[in-house]
Design a protein around this ligand. Structure first.
Ligand code: PCA
Length: 326
C-alpha cells in the first residue's frame, strides 16, 4: 500500500513537471469537409497559428470530415457551447434567415473577384445576424464556382426532369424543383455513398467537392456553369470569445486574416487542379450548352426575385452595394 502511494505520488510529480506551468485551454474545432480539402487544410494551419501564437494558452484541434459533428449540427454545437469554435457552409443556414443565402443567388457573383466583392458587401449584415445568435465571425473562404454533375449527358433543362439531385442548401433544393429534378439533402461527407447506391445521381457543386469525393466512380459529366461561389466560415461562441484576453484576441484575429488570405489563394489554385482531377478520373468536363445556360439564367432570375422578396431591405442593400462595386 505504502509502495503504491509512493509510486502514484512520484508519477504525479513527474507528470506535473512535464506539463507547462500554465495549462492551456483546448478548443475542439469541428469541420464538415474532408481532411484533404483546402478548407480543412486552411483550418488546420489556422489552428496551428493560434496554438503557437498564444504560446499554448489556446490550443485549437481541428476535426475534419464531420467526425466530431456532422455539418448540419456544427453551428448549433458552437452556439450552445458544446464546442467553442467550428466551421460551416454559410448558406447552409438560409432556411433560418434568407440573408445567409446571399452567396447562392444564381449568376449574381460568378467569379472569385465578384464573390470577394459580394462578401465585402454582405459581411456587416452577416456579422450582425451571427452576433444575435451568440456567434462571432472569424474568417470566411469561398468554394470554387458551382457546376452541374450528371451521370448522363444533359443539354437542356428538359433533360434534367426526374433526376435525383443531391442538394446542400435551400438554393440547391430550389434549383432542383425549378428544373424538375428531385432534391435530397446530403452532406458532402456522405455523397460518395449516395451516388454509389443511387440515392442521388446528380448535384451542383464545385470541381473541388467532386474531386474530394471521387465522384467519377459514379458520375460522368461535369458542366461548368459558374452559377455562384458559396462560402465556408469559421465562428466562435461569443461568450467564449469575450473571455479571451485582448492579447490572444489579437493573435486569433491575425491568424484568421492569414487563413482567409491563404484560403482564397488555395481556392483559386484548387479550381483548375480539381477539374483536371475529374478529367483524369474519366469524367467529361466542359462548359454547358448555350441552351442549358440560357434556361438556367431564366431560373436564376426567378430565384433572385424570390431571394429579394425574402431577404427584404437588408438583402436589397447587399445586392445594391455589390453592384456599386462593379
Ligand atoms: N462544396 C460543398 C458546398 C459547395 C461546394 O463546392 C458541398 O458540395 O457540400
Amino acid at each position: 500500500m505504502k509502495f503504491l502511494t509512493k509510486v502514484l505520488t512520484t508519477t504525479a510529480l513527474v507528470a506535473a513537471a512535464a506539463t507547462p506551468a500554465f495549462a492551456g485551454e483546448k478548443w475542439d474545432m469541428p469541420m464538415a469537409y474532408s481532411a484533404s480539402n483546402y478548407h480543412s487544410a486552411t483550418g488546420a494551419e489556422f489552428a496551428k497559428c493560434v496554438t503557437t501564437g498564444t504560446g499554448g494558452e489556446i490550443e485549437i484541434v481541428t476535426h475534419p470530415s464531420g467526425s466530431l459533428f456532422p455539418g448540419a449540427q456544427i453551428k448549433r454545437a458552437v452556439q450552445t457551447g458544446q464546442v467553442p469554435i467550428g466551421e460551416r457552409l454559410l448558406s447552409g443556414h438560409a432556411n433560418e434567415n434568407a440573408l445567409f443565402g446571399f452567396d447562392s443567388i444564381p449568376f449574381l457573383a460568378t467569379s472569385f473577384d465578384a464573390s470577394d466583392k459580394l462578401w465585402k458587401a454582405a459581411k456587416p449584415s452577416l456579422e450582425k445576424v451571427l452576433e444575435a445568435q451568440n456567434l462571432t465571425l472569424l474568417y470566411a473562404v469561398p468554394w470554387p464556382p458551382q457546376g452541374f454533375y450528371f451521370k448522363n449527358e444533359v443539354n437542356s433543362v428538359a433533360d434534367m426532369k426526374g433526376i435525383k439531385f443531391r442538394s446542400y442548401n435551400t438554393a440547391t433544393s430550389r434549383i432542383a424543383e425549378l428544373t424538375g429534378m428531385l432534391p435530397v439533402t446530403i452532406e458532402a461527407a456522405e455523397i460518395s455513398q449516395a451516388f454509389a447506391t443511387g440515392v442521388a445521381e446528380s448535384m451542383i457543386s464545385s470541381g473541388s467537392t467532386g474531386y474530394d469525393r471521387k465522384v467519377w466512380e459514379s458520375l460522368n459529366y461535369f458542366y461548368e456553369v459558374d452559377a455562384w461561389l458559396p462560402r465556408n466560415y469559421v465562428m466562435v461562441n461569443s461568450q467564449v470569445w469575450s473571455g479571451v484576453s485582448d492579447q490572444n484576441k489579437n493573435v486569433i484575429r491575425g491568424c484568421a486574416e492569414l487563413a482567409e488570405y491563404a484560403g482564397n489563394w488555395r481556392a483559386k489554385e484548387y479550381t483548375g487542379f480539381t477539374l483536371q482531377g475529374l478529367r483524369d478520373g474519366g469524367m467529361k468536363v466542359g462548359p454547358a450548352s448555350e441552351q442549358m445556360v440560357n434556361e438556367l439564367k431564366e431560373i436564376g432570375v426567378t430565384m433572385t426575385n424570390e431571394w429579394l422578396a425574402e431577404a427584404g431591405e437588408e438583402g436589397a442593400a447587399i445586392v445594391d452595394a455589390f453592384k456599386a462595386m462593379q
